[in-house]
Design a protein around this ligand. Structure first.
Ligand code: ARG
Length: 459
């Protein structure tokens, strides 16, 4: 039975119903819908808008429906949307009293409230998954303390760094994501229920009571905004897009660094795939797929922003389009974060390959220039001298590590015997003790700080 049948002589066409109905996807909101309805019914009873017995009867009926859905005793079907389903079911069970539930309420403030509660819970799930991945990354940073690896700019070897520095960099990104989801949660935790269809209601309702029952910080202050605000969906989609972008960059680095040419990381077998024709292959399908899924999460952000942009106040049916993209974005971001945390936990670091790479290709050249500059040679001159040394090494097929002290001295008299130690990749990394730098000492500091910031989110 439709909730609005009275006005119509003819039934809606079958194809119009199929087009209009949201039950196939909004049935996911059944918990929130029933919980919010119980709070509404309690408030109606407390405020004397319905009698205490009626309120109890409605709440008892709703709680029984909740238990039956949870137990799988009833199937959610044959209704326009989840709100109609629950109300029809209630009336079928407790009779005419059930028809009083919708007093002082509209589906407009109802769906805005249900969906906010759903997104709020999902926001908490993402935050939990972000905490997990940050922990996996700082743990991996800890095991990387003993290794040196090359850092890159322009995807060309730049300077050696402690391997832990790499993992902390991603932990910082996900920490910002965590902060963003936490900030969005605060903003979304405002209750639209009691806004009615758009203009509030003439019944003496107590919105603070329902807000408290439903764990909202407060009721919204403008009913027109209350029923039409979906900023929280767009914000979630943006925050998820940003986190997917960070994941995608991490995927790209892992794919690259696990390739034969680099060989710094070994992706666990459990998170790799093979080839149907090439027996030797170990493919990084999991990070590739994650990188690919980033595009579709960005798509959901564009979709919700575009849906919202031309909607006149207040509720319009366009807003029903807020859900499907969200449900997909939620599924992608949470599963990707969880799988990546597992992959990181089980990924091996190949210390020898990383060290060899960090010493090759003159990645220690900056340290040669810095060595001279610290002895009083102006940095620009030291840079030029080092450039000539590198050019000489390339021509002579030599490395900075196998140069003799006399050879260094033939370029500049400021070189002493300790230059031969200075150009060891490990020493180059260890020297970068500046705050936020790549030395093991600075990386340890960074881990400590990340853990402290993460602990602020413990409940
Ligand atoms: N299924 C609708 C939605 O998701 C519920 C609200 C319907 N309100 C209305 N005035 N038709 O937005």
């Amino acid at each position: 039975m439709k909730l609005w049948q009275g006005r119509f002589e003819e039934p809606t066409a079958k194809d119009a119903d199929d087009f209009n109905d949201s039950l196939p996807f909004d049935k996911k909101l059944w918990r929130e819908d029933i919980t919010a309805s119980v709070a509404h019914a309690r408030m109606l009873g407390k405020c004397g808008i319905i009698s205490a017995e009626e309120s109890d009867g409605i709440c008892g009926g709703l709680e029984a429906i909740y238990a039956d859905i949870e137990a799988g005793n009833i199937e959610i079907k044959d209704a326009e949307d989840i709100h109609s389903f629950v109300e029809n079911e209630l009336v079928a069970r407790i009779g005419d009293t059930g028809k009083k539930l919708h007093t002082a309420r509209s589906r407009n403030d109802q769906v805005a409230t249900d969906f906010r509660m759903y997104v709020r819970r999902s926001n908490d799930d993402v935050m939990a998954a972000l905490k997990e991945i940050i922990t996996s990354l700082t743990d991996k940073a800890e095991s990387g303390l003993k290794y040196v690896m090359p850092g890159y700019t322009h995807l060309r070897k730049a300077q050696p760094m402690c391997a832990g520095h790499f993992f902390n960099a991603y932990a910082e990104m996900f920490m910002r994501d965590l902060d963003r989801f936490a900030a969005a949660r605060k903003r979304m935790n405002v209750m639209p229920l009691g806004s009615g269809a758009l203009a509030g209601t003439s019944y003496p309702i107590d919105r603070n009571m329902t807000a408290t029952l439903l764990d909202f910080d407060r009721p919204c202050e403008n009913s027109l905004d209350g029923v039409s605000d979906r900023d929280f969906v767009a914000e979630y989609a943006f925050n998820a897009s940003m986190a997917m972008m960070h994941l995608s960059r991490l995927c790209e680095d892992i794919i690259l660094y696990s390739a034969e040419e680099f060989g710094y990381f070994e992706i666990p077998d459990a998170y790799s795939t093979g080839s149907s024709i090439m027996p030797q292959k170990k493919n990084p399908d999991i990070p590739e797929l994650m990188r690919g899924k980033t595009g579709r999460v960005y798509g959901h952000l564009m979709a919700i922003l575009t849906t919202l942009k031309g909607i006149p106040l207040a509720y319009d049916k366009d807003l029903q389009e807020d859900k499907e993209g969200f449900f997909d974005a939620e599924k992608q971001i949470i599963s990707c974060l969880k799988i990546m945390a597992e992959l990181i936990d089980n990924m091996q670091l190949r210390g020898n390959r990383m060290k060899k790479a960090a010493e090759g290709d003159f990645a220690c050249a900056t340290d040669v220039a810095d060595y001279l500059a610290k002895k009083g040679v102006p940095f620009r001159t030291a840079h030029e001298v080092t450039g000539r040394i590198v050019r000489w090494c390339i021509a002579e097929n030599r490395t900075l590590q196998n140069m003799a002290i006399e050879e260094f001295q033939s370029f500049d008299e400021h070189f002493d015997i300790d230059i031969c130690e200075t150009v060891r990749a490990k020493n180059c990394a260890e020297a970068r003790t500046s705050y936020g730098g790549a030395s093991p000492k600075s990386v340890k500091e960074n881990i400590r700080s990340l853990k402290k910031r993460l602990a602020r989110y413990d409940d």
